[in-house]
Design a protein around this ligand. Structure first.
Ligand SMILES: [Zn+2]
Length: 413
């Protein structure tokens, strides 16, 4: 059985970690930032140095392959990849592992002339972390981008995507041209760190991802009455904060009790107006999120949580508005890709377990255009989106080899 080279993969992981590298470890390499631009140029060079063709599409996605003829339905490719952008103060493996292990696999296959009926290709998707628009590059590639919204896409610092991409030589408004022709991708498989504690705690080496959660976010605005906090009798107050607080506690209860057991929820943003000590809050705004792997359960929970907001508001004599902000659909990983990953792990003598991903990934978009799947390796301490995110060398090597043999198997199907 051919094997990926761990030293070469590790040296590339270290090299990539220098772009946006932080003194205490970790990286800050958000999409289209100067370190991200340097990392993109470096990656293109590494793909070419590995003897592969490198190209870039209109959404800024980077690809590599050997004689793949780009994307042609007449010669459908087996695709692997992930992303090289990071969250601020993120880790060096989130995304980078999938891209560089993919490159390692393609290079190993080329060097060993391992037989594969279908061509293979590598992708580094742009703006996975959503500095401007989450999973932007893979959305464009999969035809899921709403082109009309591109001009409004803005980072939290106010910079527009169109300006950021223009700096890098792209016209963001044309990102939709990155859409892949139907039938041009035979299968997609992505290696990623788990970003949670389940594999490590269970002592399992490889996670076979069954599905990726959908996320629904909504802005919930309670409107009551601002009043003097001293002179207004308690029974006359229409306190927007108290309604929001009651709703937040009950919404959590509802999601935990009425969800699938895998449902999670968070209120990550709260603001109270006018926000001074001697005024009863007249308005409270919350940003609420629910994540769940089953599409029907996710829709049902979102509806119930909204109904709950109306009941709380009515009982307290307030108004409430629930404005949907974003909704992603849970994605199922293709059974044949799961079977291929499981088989590759078994042949390598590795323990494996099926699980779902509680974080979003490019693979959820790819699932709309092809049979998609994901391989997880354990995250040390379950840590991710922080500078001390890591995995063992052995875990990285196992993941790369499961990816290698999954790609070869998918290329024969
Ligand atoms: Zn990631």
């Amino acid at each position: 059985m051919i094997r990926a080279s761990l030293p070469r993969l590790e040296s590339r992981l270290q090299a990539l970690a220098r772009f946006g590298g932080l003194p205490g470890g970790g990286v800050t390499r958000p999409a289209w930032s100067p370190p991200h631009e340097e990392a993109r140029a470096w990656l293109l060079g590494e793909i070419r140095a590995a003897g592969l063709e490198a190209w870039v599409d209109a959404a800024g996605n980077i690809f590599g392959g050997a004689g793949t003829g780009r994307f042609d339905p007449g010669r459908a490719v087996v695709l692997t990849g992930s992303h090289i952008d990071s969250v601020p103060e993120g880790g060096i493996l989130d995304g980078a592992l999938g891209v560089l292990a993919g490159l390692e696999c393609l290079e190993t296959i080329q060097e060993t002339s391992a037989p594969h009926r279908r061509p293979l290709a590598l992708a580094a998707w742009s703006d996975e972390e959503g500095r401007y628009g989450s999973l932007f590059g893979s959305r464009a590639f999969c035809g899921l981008l709403d082109a009309a919204r591109i001009p409004e896409m803005t980072a939290v610092d106010g910079e527009r995507l169109v300006d950021a991409m223009a700096r890098a030589g792209f016209d963001a408004r044309r990102a939709g041209e990155a859409r892949v022709p139907a039938g041009a991708v035979a299968a997609y498989v992505e290696l990623h760190i788990e970003q949670g504690p389940r594999l490590e705690e269970a002592g399992i080496q490889i996670g076979v991802v069954e599905g990726i959660v959908g996320v629904r976010r909504a802005r919930v605005v309670f409107t009551g009455q601002a009043d003097h906090a001293g002179t207004t009798p308690m029974e006359r107050r229409r306190d927007a904060f108290l309604a929001a607080a009651e709703w937040a506690l009950k919404a959590r209860e509802l999601v935990v009790r009425r969800g699938s057991g895998r449902s999670v929820t968070n209120v990550g943003v709260v603001s109270v107006h006018p926000g001074v000590t001697n005024i009863v809050p007249g308005r409270a705004e919350l940003v609420h999120e629910i994540r769940e792997p089953d599409a029907a359960v996710l829709v049902r929970l979102a509806r119930r949580v909204e109904g709950l907001a109306r009941r709380v508001a009515t009982r307290r004599g307030l108004e409430v508005e629930v404005r949907p902000m974003s909704a992603t659909t849970p994605a199922r990983c293709a059974p044949r890709v799961q079977a291929v990953i499981e088989d590759a792990a078994a042949r390598l003598g590795l323990t494996r377990q099926r699980l779902y991903s509680a974080a979003g990934h490019d693979a959820q978009n790819l699932a709309a255009v092809t049979d998609a799947g994901m391989i997880f390796i354990p995250s040390a301490g379950g840590r991710s989106h922080r500078v001390d995110e890591t995995s063992d060398r052995e875990a990285i090597e196992r993941g790369a080899n499961v990816l290698l043999h999954s790609l070869l198997a998918l290329a024969e199907q």
